[in-house]
Design a protein around this ligand. Structure first.
Ligand code: GLY
Length: 381
């Protein structure tokens, strides 16, 4: 793998990223950033996508790094857009409330005490609770509630749960935490294969609540290993461990990580599905490596020295590889090149979008990984 990034390189990468984010403020303060770029340029979009929280998250990370008030002002304007979205219930009938409201609003509340941000994030947690299915004990990802063809959750949801844990801590109401715990039980029961790889989506029986089958949407095929799903699992388990201290989260984290590492190409940045390797001609998903780097650093405080040092080194190698070979040039308004949102295969059901492009969560988690490497960081998740 590429050599570990040094502290000096982390600092330079953060400065460069903040410069790019600052340059983008004029385009993305009163409108959002599209989920992915087109020829490495993000167009603007309305605040309607599941991904709109990541750009504000970058703005808040840039504020933390620079203390520059222009970031605080832009982040606060974006909070109002997120408050409006949840109060008007615009495109919130899905489970991605955590991806939307943790980086955009939990951050703003933590960093600036913005009361509207807190209100918006708690309303979003309430909205997420509406997706909980008692029969089967899980948060339904997409589609009309209870619809048999959508009676499933997806591995990504592990990263929506921190919003629920946060809401319980804020309100002292256990209902959010209880749902997060119950969803996690179901996820641990069904989503992980024996070898540590993960199913992207998992269907349950609406009548009995029993697990039925794992199916991919964005991976290559049902029995392959969608690289970002594996990353959501690794990072989600690390964050879940912080909130639950459930030892199974560390066990599953280790297995999922070992599987991931075994399937990485030489430079440590996976192809979009871990079934592919060097020579496949397939595109990468740089965002997957950025997410895993954050998961590794999240788990570090809970590990003994040898494993801790290994995780730090791995995270530094991934961040080093991203910084050396995947950072976008001046012609782009993104941070990281070579992300893949959804690549169509003969066997999957996704709509093709954002293949070999910048993707907004890739940029966010790259910034978060650099921030974590730069020193102690109080997580938004
Ligand atoms: N959570 C959807 C994705 O990672 O594309």
């Amino acid at each position: 793998m590429t050599s570990p990034i040094t502290d000096l390189e982390v600092s330079a990468a953060l400065d460069r990223s903040c410069g790019r984010i600052r340059r983008n403020l004029k385009d993305f303060t009163f409108q959002c950033q599209n989920h992915s770029s087109i020829h490495n340029i993000y167009p603007p979009c309305e605040n309607t996508q599941w991904t709109c929280g990541f750009w504000p998250g970058e703005v808040w990370l840039a504020y933390e790094h620079t203390k520059d008030d222009s970031f605080r002002q832009a982040g606060s304007i974006l909070v109002q857009s997120f408050l409006k979205r949840i109060t008007s219930k615009t495109e919130v009938d899905h489970h991605d409330m955590g991806f939307l409201y943790t980086p955009s609003c939990v951050s703003a509340w933590m960093l600036t005490g913005n009361a509207d941000a807190r209100t918006a994030a708690i309303l979003a947690a309430d909205q997420l609770l509406t997706r909980f299915q008692e029969t089967g004990s899980f948060l339904q990802a997409w589609g009309p509630l209870g619809a048999p063809d959508n009676y499933r959750y997806i591995i990504d949801c592990l990263m929506n749960l921190p919003l629920l844990y946060w809401a319980s801590e804020e309100t002292k109401d256990e209902k959010y935490r209880n749902v997060a715990r119950r969803h996690t039980e179901t996820c641990l029961r069904y989503s992980f294969r024996e070898d540590g790889s993960t199913f992207h989506t998992y269907f349950l029986d609406p009548a009995t609540g029993k697990g039925v089958r794992g199916v991919t949407c964005q991976g290559y095929r049902d029995d392959s290993f969608w690289a970002r799903g594996q990353a959501w699992a690794i990072c989600g388990l690390a964050v879940s461990y912080r909130y639950t201290r459930d030892e199974r989260c560390i066990d599953y984290f280790r297995k999922a990580l070992a599987f991931y590492l075994d399937r990485l190409p030489e430079d440590g940045i996976p192809y979009w599905d871990l079934i592919f390797s060097d020579g496949s001609g397939e595109p990468r998903d740089s965002s997957s490596a950025a997410i895993v780097a954050c998961g590794l650093l999240e788990m570090v405080p809970h590990l003994e020295q040898e494993e801790r040092e290994r995780c730090i080194r791995l995270a530094r190698c991934m961040a080093g590889s991203l910084t050396k070979n995947y950072v976008a040039g001046e012609g782009s308004n993104g941070l990281l090149l070579h992300g893949t949102y959804s690549k169509k295969s003969p066997f999957n059901t996704c709509t093709p979008e954002g293949v070999d492009e910048c993707v907004s969560w890739g940029d966010y988690f790259y910034m978060e990984a650099l921030t974590r490497l730069a020193g102690p960081w109080k997580s938004y998740w």
